[in-house]
Design a protein. Sequence first.
Length: 451
Amino acid sequence: MSSNSVAETVASLMPRAKAELTELVAFTSVADFDQYPRSESEGAANWVADALRAEGFQDVALLDTPDGTQSVYGFLPGPEGARTVLLYAHYDVQPPLDEAAWTTPPFELTERDGRWYGRGSADCKGGFIMHLLALRALKANGGVPVGVKVIVEGSEEQGTGGLERYAEAHPELLTADAIVIGDAGNFRLGLPTVTSTLRGMTLVRVQIDTLEGNLHSGQFGGAAPDALGALIRVLDSLRAKDGSTTVDGLTGGAPWDGVQYDEESFRQDAKVLDGVELIGSGTVADRIWARPAVTVLGIDCPPVVGATPSVQAGARALVSLRVPPGVDAGEATKLLRAHLEAHTPWGARVSTEQIGQGQPFSADTSSPAYAAMAEAMAVAYPGQEMQAAGQGGSIPLCNTLASLYPQAEILLIGLSEPEAQIHAVNESVSPRELEQLSVAEALFLQKYAAI
C-alpha cells in the first residue's frame, strides 16, 4: 500500500465526509440536559453507532455512563496477532453561546472561505469523521493492519467524568497497545503537531451570603454588607496586579521547553483588542501550557437591564482553575476552596462546592508510536516535520487511560488549530486539515502495525 494511494482515497472520500459531518453537526448534542434536549445527544450517539456498524465494527454498544450520558463503543478485529489501537473522539459539543453572533446557524454545517463552519465541526465531531476516513482509506488499500477499538464520548465538554468512571469499572473494555486521542490540534494550520501535555482542571462554585434578603441601597447602603461586592473582592484576590494566578499555596509548573508561541501570533490567534495587554509573566507558552490559570466562568447576579437599587443579599460564581503537569488537581482543588473561603471579607458566609475535576497529562514522546506518527505526518504534510506542543485545555480521560493502561502509548492529534475557534462563536474546521490528518492517521496505523 503506497502513501499516494491512501492520500488519493482520502481525497475521493471528502465529499462523503462533508455530508456526514453535516448530519452529525445538525444534532444539538450539548450534554447539559437542563438546557438542551437529551434526545439530541441520544440521536448523535445512535448516528455514531450506526456509522461504526456500517464499517463492520463488532460489539457496537451505547454505554450508559454514571453521569447520565452515553458513550459509543465498537471493535474492529485486526489480523491474527496484530496490535490493538484505541481511537477516541467525542460527539458532545459546547453550547453555541450567542447564536445571533454566528454568521451562519451553528448547527448547520456551512462552507465559507474554504472552511466548514458549525459547532463541533472541529471539536470533536470532525475528529470522529477523521477516524472514519483513515479506516476507510486503509480498507480500500489492503485492509486495516491492526485491531481497532473506537470510543466516542458523550459528555467530554461537561467534565462530569462519566466515561472515566465507566472505564474504571470496566478496565478490560478499552485496553490497547496505543491510543490516539482525536481531540487536540495542530499548533498552526498546516503544521503537523502532537500534543504532549495537557493541563488538568477543577471547577468550583462559590456562594456568598450576607443578608436575609435584598435591601434598598439608599436606605441601607454604606453599612449593610453587599454580597456581590464581597464576591468581587474574593474573585479579585485570585490574580496579581499583572494578571498572574495567585491561589494561596499553589505553585507554578516548570518552564515550557518545547515549541514557543510568540506574543504577536498569540495576540492574533486570541483576537486581543489593540492596546490591551496580555496577562501574566514569562513566555506565552509558559503561561498557557505550564502554569496554573484561573478563570471566572460566570457570576449569578442581577443583569444591568432591569436592575433595582438594591444591596444584594447573595451572590455566587463558577471558577475554573487549570493546573499543569506536576500539580495534582485534587490538591489544587483544596487550595482553591481554602483560598476562596480565607479571602471572603466582612465575615460573610461562604460555601464552596467542587463541580468537576480532571488531572493534567504528560506523554512519553520518545515512544515507538510517536516515531511512527512522526514518519506518517512527514508524508501527509510534505516538507514539514512533526512538532510537539502543549495544550492549555483538559481531556480528563487521558489520565484515566494512562492509569488503567500504563503500557499503552497515548498520542493526541486533531483538528482544533487556532483558526478553528473551538468553544467560540463561528467554530470551523479546515477540510484540508481534515484530509491531511486522516492520511496521517491511516499511515500511522500502517507504520505502527509494522513495528
